[in-house]
Design a protein. Structure first.
Length: 209
């Protein structure tokens, strides 16, 4: 681990032009990221760059070795390639290749973000995505636009068994949090709204009878 920490410190210094390089544990080693975009990994004292389309020709030409981990007894190659001594000694080439890998990682991140579905949000899943689509909420943008309360009312019109937890789940999905991690004030406001809505529903039923 000492070798890895030394390599991280050196990499941060050598790649400072990329921005504020941060490190955290990942893959049994450490990942390096700029603005939360991971572009490299340090494992067992070695630096591995995340492959991308633009960097692939260099990786093939230099025959860079992939990072391999053992998962359930089976070796698995990751999309990260080792920076050998020659590349590590070439500051200009190392920085240029790292820049390509960072740009490629950002592009992949943006593509994943743009292609996200309702099921990919916190608290959702395939079943909730199907229910939302049944009431006309097809995309993340539509869910955010309608808000948790209107979305819950639409779902409730088709399924009378939906309760307060679904309302919490919808709000959490919109703000990107697990429903258990919603701020207490937000949960309380939703609970009051839910109980008022329930009272109005019961009153309406009594009047109809």
């Amino acid at each position: 681990m000492d070798n890895s920490k030394r390599k991280i410190a050196e990499a941060k210094q050598r790649l400072a032009e990329l921005g504020d390089v941060q490190s955290r544990t990942q893959f049994g080693g450490y990942c390096l990221a700029v603005e939360k975009t991971v572009f490299a990994v340090v494992a067992e004292g070695e630096l591995y760059l995340r492959a991308c389309e633009q960097a692939q020709p260099y990786i093939v030409e230099r025959k860079m070795e992939p990072l391999s981990l053992t998962k359930r007894g089976v070796p698995v190659e990751l999309n990260y390639y080792r920076v050998d001594g020659a590349l590590w000694s070439d500051n200009e080439q190392l920085l240029a290749l790292s820049q390509l890998c960072l740009q490629g990682a950002k592009k992949q991140q943006e593509e994943r973000q743009n292609n996200r579905r309702l099921k990919d949000l916190p608290n959702m899943g395939i079943r909730m995505e199907m229910l939302l689509r049944q009431v006309g909420i097809q995309t993340i943008e539509m869910l955010i636009q309608k808000g948790a309360k209107r979305s819950w009312l639409l779902l409730r019109s088709c399924n009378k068994n939906l309760g307060l937890n679904v309302l919490y789940a919808l709000q959490g999905a919109i703000i990107g949090r697990h429903q258990a991690a919603l701020p207490q004030a937000m949960k309380e406001e939703l609970r009051v709204w839910f109980e008022y809505n329930e009272q109005q529903e019961r009153k309406k039923k009594r009047e109809q009878n």
